[in-house]
Design a protein around this ligand. Structure first.
Ligand SMILES: *Cc1c(COP(=O)(O)O)cnc(C)c1O
Length: 232
C-alpha cells in the first residue's frame, strides 16, 4: 500500500470509531481529502485508493491541478474551501462542484451569475465564524439566517449547509464547543425552512470532535498527505 492509501485507511478508521461513539452511521460522514499544496500525482494516488472528493484552497493552483487530472474528471468531485475574492469567482464557478467558503452575499451572487448553464447548480456552504476572531472569514451566527435565505434564492446555486474553521483547541471538549454552535445554528436554519443537509466541520486535529457534534463532511489534509510546506 502507498503511504497515501495507508493514511486514507487510518482516517476512515478514525471516522468509523468516532461515528460509532456518537451512535451514527459512518456512511453519514463524507471524507474530503484536502490536497492543497500537494501535486496532482498525490491526488491520483488517493483516487487509485478509492478517494473521490478533494478540497483545494488556491484558485490558480487548483485550476492547474484540475486540468492535469482532466482524464479523471468524471470520477472526481472538486470542493473549493479557501478564501475567495470577488475577482476570482469565475474559474471557481466554472471548474468546481462545491464551494464551502461562501462568506458574503456578493460572492454567492457572482458564483450564481458565472456558473455555466451546461453545468448543474453549484453546491455551496455558508461559512460561519463561530469563534468570533476578527481575522477569520465567515458571517456571524447572528447574520447567518438572513444571508442563507438570500443565497438559497439564487438560481444557479444550491445552498447545502454550513461550514466553519474554529480556532484550534487542545481538549476534545474545547474542540466540540464551536462545532456544537455550528450544529445548533444548522438545526435552527432547517427549522426555519431551509432544506440543508451538509455540515462541513472538522480537520486532521479535531475530526473526532466534529463527528461527535454531527459533521457530515470532514476536511482532512495533513493526516492523508502529510505536513504542508507553504510556498504561497
Ligand atoms: C487546509 C485546510 C484543511 C485541512 O487541514 P488539516 O489540518 O491539514 O487536516 C481543512 N479545511 C480548510 C478550510 C483548510 O484550509
Amino acid at each position: 500500500m502507498s503511504d497515501i492509501a495507508h493514511n486514507l485507511a487510518d482516517v476512515h478508521a478514525r471516522i468509523e470509531r468516532a461515528a460509532h461513539a456518537a451512535g451514527r452511521d459512518p456512511q453519514s460522514v463524507a471524507l474530503l481529502a484536502v490536497s492543497k499544496t500537494f501535486p496532482a500525482d498525490d491526488v491520483r494516488a488517493a483516487h487509485a485508493a478509492g478517494q473521490r472528493a478533494f478540497g483545494e484552497n488556491y484558485v490558480q493552483e487548483s485550476i492547474a491541478k484540475i486540468e492535469a487530472l482532466a482524464d479523471l474528471r468524471a470520477s472526481l468531485e472538486w470542493h473549493f474551501i479557501g478564501p475567495l475574492q470577488s475577482n476570482k469567482t469565475r474559474p471557481v464557478a466554472e471548474h468546481f462542484d462545491w464551494v464551502h467558503s461562501v462568506d458574503r452575499l456578493k460572492i454567492a451572487q457572482r458564483l450564481s451569475e458565472q456558473r455555466p448553464d451546461a453545468l448543474p447548480p453549484l453546491n455551496v456552504l455558508l461559512q460561519v465564524n463561530v469563534s468570533g476572531e476578527a481575522s477569520k472569514s465567515g458571517v456571524t451566527p447572528a447574520e447567518a439566517a438572513a444571508v442563507a435565505h438570500e443565497i438559497a434564492a439564487l438560481p444557479k446555486l444550491r445552498l447545502r449547509g454550513l461550514m466553519s474553521i474554529p480556532e484550534p483547541a487542545e481538549t476534545i471538549e474545547a474542540q466540540r464547543a464551536p462545532h456544537r454552535v455550528l450544529r445548533e445554528l444548522f438545526d435552527a436554519l432547517r427549522a426555519g425552512g431551509l432544506a440543508l443537509d451538509t455540515l462541513s466541520m472538522g480537520m486532521s486535529a479535531d475530526l473526532e470532535a466534529a463527528v461527535l457534534e454531527g459533521a457530515t463532511i470532514v476536511r482532512i489534509g495533513t493526516a492523508i498527505f502529510g505536513a504542508r510546506q507553504y510556498t504561497h
